[in-house]
Design a protein around this ligand. Sequence first.
Ligand code: C5P
Length: 232
Amino acid sequence: MKRDVIIACDFPGEQETLAFLDRFTGKKPFVKIGMELFYGAGPDIVRRIKSRGHKIFLDLKLHDIPNTVKKAMKVLSDLDVDICNLHAAGGIDMMKAAVEGLTRSDGSRPLLIAVTQLTSIDQKRMEEELLIRQPLEDVVLRYADNARQAGLDGVVCSPLEAGRVHAACGNGFLTVTPGIRFASGDTGDQQRVTTPARARELGSDLIVVGRPITAAEDPAAAYNRCVEEFAI
Ligand code: C5P
């Protein structure tokens, strides 16, 4: 997939989201619909935004037993999104079941990617709270390789890990990377952050940008800045 910027539309409802998207008069941005908007506005919001010509990454991060995830993915495949995702921590069988559930009767399906470790987790938290003692990058790489083995198309990871994921899983294996901030911006709750330009140098395929665009005074200008730094 061509390098692109995905806007995380983390809003509580349809009205704010559509009003926000109305501010983009040029290229229709690739939109990420996360839990807040999906749970708040319901599945119709996906159809609404899709019908306006946006590509959609449905970021619901499924994580459950294989049978439950398979059935949920079957429902999501009818929404005709471009990318959806789950947590690699659910294991290889769960990821395989997800691919099965997502695949339509004609063999087509949205791209499916796995969250490795959230970009809000750093080494210290992972060790102290999750009792995972390995280096964070090794954990990310193992989860990425599990996702590849299960037949997924890529992972969500930090841009800092994109190069090693490509080296281990191949250049065609997508790295979708949140944790993006402009050089002078607030990091908020994100721990492993880089700028759009640095994410490009590090080999990210798609960057996911939320608050640096949604909370900007001029979101369209902030989006254009991301596109210029990352995708052109
Ligand atoms: O506002 P900000 O740019 O931090 O938003 C990042 C977005 O990417 C959020 O919607 C968050 O849920 C998502 N995300 C993340 N880290 C992951 C997976 C998804 O920050 N590992």
